[in-house]
Design a protein around this ligand. Structure first.
Ligand code: HEC
Ligand code: HEC
Ligand code: HEC
Length: 183
């Protein structure tokens, strides 16, 4: 077969399928936009807090915590601590879909919700990365020397158990006890 003929055949094939290709592309784009739009309401803390009774305590204690209410008027949403960073779009959205489906399943088919058990589970797993995403200038602010020593250690060895932010700042996401040791 002549070279020119091969090329012309390929061109013809592409032209024939161009419409399908374009339609597919537009469809994918529309799905992407719709998915993002659908994610907006379910990303709000009000949504997380109001959809099922299991989340009531979490929502109320969050409102009382320094991340729900603070003098700067910045609200740190549930997903900021409980999901991977939004900047990592696909990791974030996959985790959200998975966690959402799991919560839904447990709501309908799971055992009675055990706040203490889940609380412990979150405490054991929440990583310093979540916190450092926002608190990235820990040593820049003037603070007590105890805080400085603790934070220097936490920054140099973030994976060590004793350096996990949450070991010392257990109540930052949810104000569960009176303010004995918080932050
Ligand atoms: C600053 C980070 C942070 C934010 C913001 C945050 N959480 Fe948490 N969450 C934690 C940590 C840490 C724990 C484990 C310690 C604890 O429960 O006090 C936890 C525990 C939980 C638990 C398990 C215990 C329980 O009460 O059932 C749920 C559910 C929960 N969070 C949901 C939420 C919801 C819903 C929001 C938003 C309304 C939210 N969290 C906001 C950090 C956070
Ligand atoms: C989305 C950003 C964001 C994330 C994620 C986040 N924080 Fe914060 N944090 C804030 C803001 C905003 C404030 C309140 C303003 C301030 O005090 O600077 C705050 C306040 C605090 C305070 C001071 C509390 C007080 O009583 O004044 C501590 C301690 C703290 N965060 C620790 C943590 C820990 C530990 C985590 C991880 C579990 C975390 N934060 C996750 C943004 C964040
Ligand atoms: C060994 C204990 C310990 C660890 C681990 C620890 N902190 Fe702290 N943190 C403190 C102490 C103590 C203070 C000062 C509290 C005070 O002065 O009231 C403090 C204060 C803070 C504050 C408020 C003051 C400021 O500098 O803005 C933030 C925010 C904070 N820590 C975030 C974190 C984050 C994020 C991590 C994890 C990377 C972390 N801490 C790990 C003990 C700790």
């Amino acid at each position: 077969m002549l070279k020119a003929e091969i090329i012309s055949r390929i061109c013809e094939a592409v032209r024939k399928r161009m419409f399908i290709f374009l339609a597919g592309f537009v469809f994918a784009l529309l799905c992407f936009i719709a998915l993002n739009a659908a994610m907006v309401p379910v990303s709000k803390s009000e949504y997380c807090g109001s959809k099922c009774h299991e989340m009531n305590t979490a929502y109320l204690t969050w409102e009382l915590s320094p991340h729900g209410t603070n003098s700067k008027g910045i609200r740190v949403e549930c997903i900021d601590c409980h999901l991977p960073a939004k900047e990592k779009y696909f990791v974030h959205i996959t985790a959200k879909a998975y966690e959402g489906a799991k919560d839904m399943y447990k709501h309908y088919f799971g055992d009675e919700y055990d706040t203490e058990k889940i609380r412990q589970k979150v405490l054991d797993h929440i990583s310093n990365k979540r916190c450092l995403h926002c608190h990235d200038n820990l040593l820049a602010r003037p603070g007590s020397s105890a805080a400085r020593i603790a934070h220097t250690a936490a920054l140099s060895k973030p994976d060590a158990e004793e350096n996990r932010c949450i070991q010392c700042h257990e109540n930052v996401g949810h104000q569960r006890q009176n303010k004995l040791f918080s932050p």
